[in-house]
Structures are given as C-alpha cells and as structure tokens.
Write a protein that binds this ligand. Structure first.
Ligand code: HEC
Length: 589
C-alpha cells in the first residue's frame, strides 16, 4: 500500500487479496470473507505487541472468542475507533470507518455461527513495518530518547509522566519528517512531544525543588518555568506541538511528498532547548518497560512555509458562554493564555469555546482534538469573512482513549479574515463512565494529569503568504513568529452599541477603531474602553452567537475582531465581545 505512513500512520507490507464477499452463494467464512476485513481494518492494533494485543485478530482461533463482541462493536461503530460525525465534518483521508458492506458481512458471519471455512482461502497474514518508517528507508538525522527505561507496574492507573531531554543542536533546523516511536507500543497509550525553553538559566534539575515548594505553599501546581520554544503566530502563549503519538500514528512527513507543498516544522537549537515528552502509559497486565524516542529527518534550508500544529482555537476562551479575560489571575490552562475556571462537581455539560482568527490566508491539513476523561464532545466550525459558517469536524462522542488526528482529504484553504471556533463539552457527572471522581472540581492546569482537564483543539496549518526561502536571519536570535513582517489584516477594537438588523448583528454608533495586537481582551483594556466615546460608525459583526449577544442587545460594548476590507460595509469577524457599563439609550437602539 503506497498511501504511506504519515497519513494513515502505518504501513502494511505485502499485498492483500480481497475475495468477493459471500454474496448469494452462502454463509461468509472466516478465511474467505472475514480475515481480509480484519487484516485491513483491525489488525494494526489487534496484534501481539500493539495496543489491543488482548484480542489479536490474526488467526481464526484467536478471533473466534471475540465474534459476538465484534458484531456489537461494529454495529455500534465503536470499532474501529472513528468517532467523527460524517454529516458535520469534512472528508478525511485516514477515515477508519468500516464500509457498510463489511459490517453486513461481519454480522452475517457471526449470526451464522462464525464458521472457519477452507484454510486455502486464507490471505497472507499482514506484516507491519517496524522501526523507522521513512518511505525511502532513510535513517533519522537525529534521535532524541527518554533518558531511562520506564518500568510499568502490571496494573493500576499510571500518572502522566514527563521527561525533559536536552536538544543537542547549536542551531535551528527544519524538520521534513518525524516519528515518535515507543520501544514498547503495547504500553504507550499516547504521547505528546513539544520543544520547550527554560527561563532564567534554569534546567530540569530545578523542577524538583520548585514542585516541592509549590506543594508546601499549597499551590495546585508549580508556577510554569518553561516556555514553548516554537509558538503560534497569533499568540506567544500557545505552543507548537512537534509530534503526537497515538496507536497507529507514528511517522509524519511534510512537504511535497505528502501535501504537494513546501512546508516543514521548526526545531530550535541553542543553549536552553529541551524536548518535553508527556507520556501516558497504560498498564498491560504484566510488568513491562518502555523507552520512547522521537526521530527527525532534516531538510536543507528553510521551506516556503512553516508547518504549525497549535491548539488552534485558543486565543479567546469562553466558559459556559462567558468570555474569560486574559489577565484574570489564576493558573493558565495548558496550551492557552487564560485561567479557565474549574468544572464544578457533578456538572453534566460544562462548555468551553475557543476562538482564533486568521489575519492571513492559511491552509489547514489536520485537526486533533485533545482533552481528558471528562470531555465528551468537540466541534470545530469555520466562520468565513463573508459571514458564512461551516462545521468542519464534529466528534459528538469524544473518547479520550482515541486521541485521533483527522487528516483532511483536501487541505482546507481559508481566506484572511476567517476564524476557527471550537466548542468542547465536559461531563463531570456519574453518567460519564470514565469519570474517576464526580464529587471533585476539575482543574485546567499547566502540566496536568488525566484527572485534570485540557482544552486543546490542535490544528496543523501553514500561512499561505509566508515565504521563508532565502530568509537568512538567525532564527535562534530572533524568533521567527515575532519577527516576520507580513501583509496581514488588522485586529481592531471598537466601542459601540450592539443592535440587530433584523437577523444580522450590528455595532452602531461606533467610535474610531483602535489597532490591537491580540484577539482576546483584558480587564485593563476594558477599563480603558469604558471611557471611550461613541461615534457614528457602523459594523456588521460576524460569528457572534457564541458570545450569547442577546443579553447585551442595546448596550454599549467593546468588540474585537479582524477588520475585513470591503467597499460596501465594515465587517468585523468577532474574537471578543464584552459589555461596558452604561447603556446606549433608547434613541440609539
Ligand atoms: C486504533 C486501534 C484499533 C483498531 C484499528 C481497532 N481496535 Fe478494537 N480495540 C482497540 C483497543 C485498544 C481495545 C481495548 C479495549 C478498549 O480500550 O476499548 C479494543 C477492543 C476491541 C474489542 C473488545 C471489546 C471488549 O468487549 O472488551 C473488540 C471486539 C474490538 N476491539 C473489535 C475491533 C474490530 C472488529 C476492529 C476492526 C473492524 C477493531 N477492533 C479495530 C483498538 C483498536
């Protein structure tokens, strides 16, 4: 299969035979009809040494005991794991769902006693490529491994583990491909790999004493001492994720061979940079070991576009419809610049919404919603600069066990002035079967555990009008995301009156727009906005429903958003909407 590796994340070696399904001739058999379905769709996880080794699906004898369970799982579409809702999502090239015909064949086989059939019908057992998976057989240019083996107990919940390993590079490099690789895939549930930078000459050795101090002070976790080495273009608080390992996804390549473009990821080199492995191990029933690593294949010279994988809708955050101010004190949730209030005990439907607007045209390649045990749904929606809204990924039954990356079949090109809105719902009630403690508040912290929560809607994308070729600045000295000059649209802050005309949301009596460098708002900015005079400007406001604007109708408000150039009307694709004290008066409605 040459649709290789990074997209579906695994490589199957050797041709498979696909005999015609049973049809009118009779009952499906394992060897003729079922084995090809299982080998193609299930065996990459259901085999010895991988994540579902408890139920290996490579031979009749090991499959037969699972026949009934298989029928249930495929009818419910719980297996293979692919919880996205077709109707509310774009098409994905790694879509793992079974074809309806395959489901029908599996069900008919089970309903007819799950017979074996003739041995001679059995297709060859698939071999799965192992080791470094570069399609041209190249060895990585750099491998960074965990410093020691992790020894897992046979049973019990293992907390998230964090390993920090120095990046042995003196200069920045561009990464054409990477592969996160456990030495023991059966043990690794998932891992997230980022590059971080230590502040003030600190090293990982300082973490222990700091964490102890935080405990003594009664802080829920130690203050953040590391910064992301590579950040989102719109917000330096948001990190760029180098690699994510989930069962089956291991090799990832950018650029011409994958996407037909010229993109690469940045790996920073210098004094202070460390690879941060965040690993969630899952006990397998016997004591086991792992030493995970990440391998990098470099490219010569900069690409046209830098590939970012950032929590892609995390500039402005709303909790239960209320926009959070970025300067409210508290521990910032990992991957955002905001303190998200904890989920109350027993809360069934806690909602977190994130917004990021794009001031430049972008191309999106991949979505990967990430959260923990309480998360139960994720939805990504685009609001275009003409006001059109389009759902692009909906995961109505989010399941933390499947940290899937959804690779777009056709990369999504968004014009400048678009925004991404992601909403996640969390269930902290006992109805959530994975909830370890409904009686507890659940915190969104920095460096959290699976019993804490996260709101991390990853998006992998490039900025279309960027061209790094021939860019000879020393990136180590001047972080590229801060230094690049681009002709981007402007984020503006405007004070005015919120009105409706008749279905459209408008800002009337608007004062002069003020340029802003951020998409979110702070208490300090709102205080300044209070004193601003109204004017005679008017704006059409796009994508404001998430701010629940009805409650502010007729009020004086401060709005931020991307200002969209248009000869006929002023438009703002809104990223912040906050009421100010004082109304606009009846005459102004
Ligand atoms: C991405 C990896 C993956 C793929 C692909 C996959 N499974 Fe699974 N499956 C798992 C894991 C892991 C478990 C272990 C239990 C769990 O976490 O639900 C599991 C459990 C099961 C179970 C046992 C459920 C129980 O009662 O304990 C069945 C049956 C099953 N899978 C069937 C299938 C079938 C049939 C396919 C293909 C059509 C498939 N799976 C594809 C990962 C996978």
């Amino acid at each position: 299969m040459e649709r290789n590796s990074n997209l579906i994340g695994w490589v199957m070696v050797g041709a498979l035979a696909f005999p015609a399904a049973a049809g009118a001739t009779g009952i499906p058999t394992f060897t003729r009809d079922i084995a090809p379905i299982l080998f193609k769709n299930c065996a990459r996880c259901h085999r010895p040494g991988d994540i579902a080794s408890l139920a290996p699906f490579l031979s009749f004898d090991t499959v037969r005991p699972w026949a009934k369970a298989m029928k249930d799982k495929v009818l419910l579409r719980e297996m293979p794991p692919w919880p996205a809702d077709l109707a509310q999502s774009l098409k994905f090239r790694n879509d793992a769902r079974l074809k309806q015909a395959d489901i029908d064949t599996l069900v008919a086989w089970v309903d007819n006693g799950a017979p074996k059939g003739n041995d001679s019908d059995l297709p060859p057992v698939p071999r799965f490529a192992e080791g470094w998976l570069h399609p041209r057989g190249l060895k990585p240019d750099l491998v960074i491994s965990m410093p020691d083996d992790f020894h897992a107990p046979a049973k019990g919940e293992i907390p998230y583990l964090r390993y920090l390993v120095k990046v042995p590079l003196s200069e920045d490099v561009w990464v054409a491909a990477s592969q996160a690789r456990p030495s023991n895939p059966a043990l690794v549930h998932h891992m997230a790999i980022t590059e971080v930078m230590f502040d003030n000459g600190m090293t990982p050795a300082d973490l222990g004493p700091m964490e102890l101090l935080a405990k003594q002070l009664g802080l829920p976790s130690a203050p953040v001492r590391t910064r992301p080495a590579v950040t989102a273009p719109s917000n330096a608080a948001i990190f760029d994720m180098l690699g994510v390992y989930t069962p089956g996804t291991t090799f990832e390549m950018y650029g011409p061979e994958t996407y037909g473009d010229d993109s690469a990821k940045l790996l920073r080199g210098g004094q202070n940079f460390y690879i941060n492995f965040n690993i969630h191990y899952q006990a397998t029933g016997k004591p086991e070991q792992d030493r995970s690593a990440i391998g990098f294949w470099f490219r010569k010279g900069p690409p046209t576009h830098q590939m970012f994988r950032v929590p892609g809708a995390a500039d402005t955050i709303l909790a239960n419809g209320k926009e959070l101010l970025a300067d409210t004190p508290g521990i910032k949730a990992e991957g955002t610049g905001v303190a998200i209030p904890p989920i109350p005990p027993q809360a069934e439907n806690y909602e977190v919404t994130g917004i990021t607007a794009y001031t430049e045209p972008v191309t999106i390649y991949q979505f990967q919603p990430h959260a923990h045990l309480r998360a139960r749904a994720f939805k990504y929606t685009v609001v275009y600069p003409d006001g059109r809204e389009q759902p692009v990924l909906s995961v109505p039954k989010y399941d933390f066990r499947w940290q899937l990356a959804y690779d777009l079949e056709t990369p999504l090109k968004l014009p400048a002035g678009s925004k991404m809105v992601v909403t996640a719902h969390y269930d902290n009630s006992p109805n959530n079967k994975y909830n370890p403690a409904p009686e507890k508040e659940v915190y969104f912290r920095a460096q959290n555990q699976s019993w804490d929560e996260m709101f991390t809607p990853f998006i992998q994308y490039t900025i279309d009008n960027e061209n790094l070729v021939g860019d000879h600045r020393n990136l180590s000295k001047s972080p590229p995301t801060e230094q690049r000059t681009r002709n981007a649209l402007q984020i503006s802050e405007v004070v005015g009156c919120l009105s409706q005309n008749p279905a459209l949301w408008m800002l009337t009596h608007a004062g002069a727009p003020l340029a802003s460098t951020t998409q979110f708002t702070t208490a300090v900015e709102l205080k300044a906005a209070e004193g601003k005079a109204l004017g005679d400007g008017g704006y059409r406001l796009l994508g404001v429903d998430v701010f629940r604007p009805s409650s502010y109708l007729g009020q004086k408000v401060a709005v931020k958003g991307v200002l969209i150039p248009d000869a006929k009307e002023n438009r703002l694709n809104v990223t912040s909407l906050q009421p100010l004290s004082g109304t606009c008066g009846n005459d102004l409605r």
